[in-house]
Design a binder for this molecule. Sequence first.
Ligand SMILES: [Zn+2]
Length: 114
Amino acid sequence: MTAARTGRTPCINPRCRRTFDAAKYGSGEMICGKCFRSLPQPIRDNHRRLWRHLQKWRRAEARTTDEFKRSRVASIVDAYSSQINLHWDQVLRPAIVTPERPVGLDGFLAEVGL
Ligand SMILES: [Zn+2]
């Protein structure tokens, strides 16, 4: 774990050399703006949508004083939080770490026997 030693959190793209201040952003996984913009539009939209909902419900949780209501809001926050983690693990990170090879090129290589 180099992040703990250097105080920097690297971008999840292994081919990207950008890092973030771990003290400011935590030592969890990060993606830089440049790599995020390189993702296919549907992945970016989905990530943004989940993130927006999560922030909205977190704010609602913070301002809800009624205990019963707050526990219901908290469970929605949990649900969005796990959805965003799932999307990150199963869609966003794999798209960065193992980008799909273009179908056209694969087809062409198969055709020529490579
Ligand atoms: Zn990056």
